[in-house]
Design a protein around this ligand. Structure first.
Ligand SMILES: [Zn+2]
Length: 185
Protein backbone atom coordinates (compact mmCIF):
# COMPACT_ATOMS: atom_id res chain seq x y z
CA UNK A 1 0.00 0.00 0.00
CA UNK A 2 1.15 3.51 -0.57
CA UNK A 3 0.40 5.65 2.49
CA UNK A 4 -2.90 7.57 2.68
CA UNK A 5 -0.97 10.58 1.28
CA UNK A 6 -0.78 9.27 -2.31
CA UNK A 7 -4.34 7.95 -2.18
CA UNK A 8 -5.72 11.22 -0.80
CA UNK A 9 -3.93 13.25 -3.48
CA UNK A 10 -5.36 10.90 -6.14
CA UNK A 11 -8.87 11.42 -4.71
CA UNK A 12 -8.33 15.19 -4.74
CA UNK A 13 -7.14 15.01 -8.38
CA UNK A 14 -10.28 13.15 -9.47
CA UNK A 15 -12.48 15.65 -7.62
CA UNK A 16 -10.81 18.48 -9.56
CA UNK A 17 -11.25 16.68 -12.87
CA UNK A 18 -15.03 16.23 -12.69
CA UNK A 19 -18.01 18.64 -12.71
CA UNK A 20 -20.69 16.95 -10.62
CA UNK A 21 -21.95 18.55 -7.43
CA UNK A 22 -21.76 16.11 -4.53
CA UNK A 23 -21.95 18.56 -1.62
CA UNK A 24 -22.22 22.34 -1.55
CA UNK A 25 -19.14 22.97 0.55
CA UNK A 26 -15.64 22.40 -0.83
CA UNK A 27 -14.30 20.76 2.33
CA UNK A 28 -17.16 18.23 2.28
CA UNK A 29 -16.32 17.30 -1.33
CA UNK A 30 -12.62 17.02 -0.53
CA UNK A 31 -13.40 14.83 2.48
CA UNK A 32 -15.69 12.59 0.41
CA UNK A 33 -13.02 12.01 -2.25
CA UNK A 34 -10.28 11.45 0.31
CA UNK A 35 -12.50 8.83 1.99
CA UNK A 36 -13.37 7.17 -1.34
CA UNK A 37 -9.71 7.01 -2.35
CA UNK A 38 -8.73 5.40 0.96
CA UNK A 39 -11.81 3.26 1.55
CA UNK A 40 -10.28 0.02 0.27
CA UNK A 41 -7.84 0.05 3.20
CA UNK A 42 -10.77 -0.34 5.61
CA UNK A 43 -9.86 -4.01 5.13
CA UNK A 44 -7.27 -3.49 7.89
CA UNK A 45 -10.10 -3.14 10.42
CA UNK A 46 -11.45 -6.74 10.49
CA UNK A 47 -7.82 -7.93 10.63
CA UNK A 48 -7.27 -5.93 13.82
CA UNK A 49 -9.92 -8.04 15.53
CA UNK A 50 -8.25 -11.32 14.63
CA UNK A 51 -4.84 -10.04 15.78
CA UNK A 52 -3.30 -9.46 12.32
CA UNK A 53 -4.25 -6.22 10.50
CA UNK A 54 -2.87 -7.68 7.26
CA UNK A 55 -5.08 -10.79 7.40
CA UNK A 56 -7.65 -9.49 4.90
CA UNK A 57 -5.52 -6.79 3.29
CA UNK A 58 -5.47 -6.28 -0.50
CA UNK A 59 -8.04 -8.96 -1.23
CA UNK A 60 -11.63 -8.33 -2.38
CA UNK A 61 -11.78 -4.71 -1.22
CA UNK A 62 -8.91 -3.94 -3.61
CA UNK A 63 -10.76 -4.92 -6.78
CA UNK A 64 -12.84 -3.77 -9.72
CA UNK A 65 -15.83 -5.58 -8.18
CA UNK A 66 -15.61 -3.51 -4.99
CA UNK A 67 -15.23 -0.29 -7.02
CA UNK A 68 -18.39 -1.14 -9.00
CA UNK A 69 -20.30 -1.92 -5.80
CA UNK A 70 -19.26 1.37 -4.14
CA UNK A 71 -20.03 3.21 -7.41
CA UNK A 72 -23.55 1.77 -7.54
CA UNK A 73 -24.26 2.60 -3.89
CA UNK A 74 -22.84 6.14 -4.26
CA UNK A 75 -24.72 6.79 -7.52
CA UNK A 76 -27.94 5.60 -5.88
CA UNK A 77 -27.43 8.16 -3.14
CA UNK A 78 -26.10 11.22 -5.01
CA UNK A 79 -27.99 10.67 -8.28
CA UNK A 80 -31.41 11.17 -6.67
CA UNK A 81 -31.19 14.97 -6.92
CA UNK A 82 -30.37 15.32 -10.64
CA UNK A 83 -30.74 11.79 -12.09
CA UNK A 84 -27.15 11.79 -13.37
CA UNK A 85 -26.76 8.25 -12.06
CA UNK A 86 -24.27 7.06 -14.66
CA UNK A 87 -22.00 10.08 -14.22
CA UNK A 88 -21.98 9.68 -10.43
CA UNK A 89 -21.30 5.97 -10.82
CA UNK A 90 -18.29 6.57 -13.09
CA UNK A 91 -16.72 9.27 -10.88
CA UNK A 92 -17.26 7.41 -7.59
CA UNK A 93 -16.08 4.05 -8.96
CA UNK A 94 -13.02 5.79 -10.44
CA UNK A 95 -12.17 7.51 -7.14
CA UNK A 96 -12.40 4.14 -5.39
CA UNK A 97 -10.47 2.28 -8.09
CA UNK A 98 -7.69 4.91 -8.03
CA UNK A 99 -6.70 3.26 -4.74
CA UNK A 100 -6.38 -0.15 -6.38
CA UNK A 101 -4.32 1.31 -9.24
CA UNK A 102 -1.88 3.06 -6.90
CA UNK A 103 -1.51 -0.10 -4.84
CA UNK A 104 -0.75 -1.94 -8.09
CA UNK A 105 2.25 0.38 -8.51
CA UNK A 106 3.45 -0.26 -4.98
CA UNK A 107 6.57 -2.23 -4.20
CA UNK A 108 4.91 -5.08 -2.30
CA UNK A 109 7.30 -7.06 -0.11
CA UNK A 110 4.77 -9.50 1.30
CA UNK A 111 3.16 -12.47 -0.45
CA UNK A 112 0.72 -12.65 -2.11
CA UNK A 113 2.32 -9.82 -4.08
CA UNK A 114 0.08 -7.11 -5.44
CA UNK A 115 -3.67 -6.63 -5.50
CA UNK A 116 -6.62 -8.80 -6.52
CA UNK A 117 -7.57 -5.97 -8.86
CA UNK A 118 -9.70 -7.81 -11.45
CA UNK A 119 -11.87 -9.78 -9.01
CA UNK A 120 -14.54 -11.17 -9.67
CA UNK A 121 -13.08 -11.90 -13.13
CA UNK A 122 -9.84 -13.18 -11.65
CA UNK A 123 -8.74 -14.10 -8.13
CA UNK A 124 -5.08 -13.56 -9.07
CA UNK A 125 -2.91 -10.85 -7.52
CA UNK A 126 -1.32 -8.32 -9.86
CA UNK A 127 1.64 -6.04 -9.27
CA UNK A 128 3.44 -3.61 -11.58
CA UNK A 129 6.71 -4.87 -13.09
CA UNK A 130 8.19 -1.43 -12.27
CA UNK A 131 6.90 -0.21 -8.89
CA UNK A 132 6.66 3.55 -8.33
CA UNK A 133 5.98 3.65 -4.61
CA UNK A 134 8.21 2.52 -1.75
CA UNK A 135 6.95 -0.42 0.32
CA UNK A 136 5.38 0.69 3.60
CA UNK A 137 6.86 -0.90 6.70
CA UNK A 138 4.04 -2.28 8.86
CA UNK A 139 3.72 -4.88 11.56
CA UNK A 140 1.53 -7.98 11.26
CA UNK A 141 0.40 -7.77 14.89
CA UNK A 142 -2.45 -5.54 16.00
CA UNK A 143 -0.57 -4.46 19.17
CA UNK A 144 2.45 -3.05 17.32
CA UNK A 145 0.80 -2.06 14.01
CA UNK A 146 0.42 1.67 14.67
CA UNK A 147 3.90 2.11 16.19
CA UNK A 148 5.44 0.22 13.27
CA UNK A 149 4.21 2.90 10.86
CA UNK A 150 6.73 5.40 12.33
CA UNK A 151 9.57 3.49 10.67
CA UNK A 152 12.22 5.53 8.78
CA UNK A 153 11.36 3.76 5.50
CA UNK A 154 7.83 5.14 5.75
CA UNK A 155 9.22 8.69 5.75
CA UNK A 156 10.99 7.85 2.49
CA UNK A 157 7.70 6.40 1.21
CA UNK A 158 5.92 9.61 2.21
CA UNK A 159 8.45 11.77 0.37
CA UNK A 160 8.18 9.66 -2.79
CA UNK A 161 4.38 9.86 -2.68
CA UNK A 162 4.48 13.65 -2.32
CA UNK A 163 6.95 13.94 -5.20
CA UNK A 164 4.90 11.70 -7.51
CA UNK A 165 1.32 12.65 -6.68
CA UNK A 166 1.83 16.23 -5.40
CA UNK A 167 2.48 17.74 -8.87
CA UNK A 168 -0.42 15.74 -10.37
CA UNK A 169 -2.84 17.09 -7.75
CA UNK A 170 -1.43 20.60 -8.13
CA UNK A 171 -1.85 20.60 -11.92
CA UNK A 172 -5.45 19.32 -11.55
CA UNK A 173 -6.23 22.06 -9.02
CA UNK A 174 -4.57 24.75 -11.16
CA UNK A 175 -6.39 23.65 -14.31
CA UNK A 176 -9.78 23.70 -12.58
CA UNK A 177 -9.08 27.11 -11.09
CA UNK A 178 -8.17 28.57 -14.48
CA UNK A 179 -11.20 26.97 -16.14
CA UNK A 180 -13.48 28.54 -13.53
CA UNK A 181 -11.79 31.92 -14.06
CA UNK A 182 -12.22 31.62 -17.84
CA UNK A 183 -15.93 30.86 -17.40
CA UNK A 184 -16.54 33.76 -15.00
CA UNK A 185 -14.80 36.33 -17.29
ZN1 LIG B 1 -4.66 -0.42 -0.20
Amino acid sequence: MPLPVAHSLAGFTILQGQRLVFFQKLWQNVLLFVVLANLADADFIPGFFVGNPNAFHQLHSHSLGAAVLVGVLGAGYFGRKDQKYLAYFVVIALAYFSHVLLDYFNHDMRAPYGVMMWWPFSGEHFTAPQPIFVAVHKSSASGTFLQSLWHIRNWQALLRELLVMGPVALIAWWTKRNRKKAISH
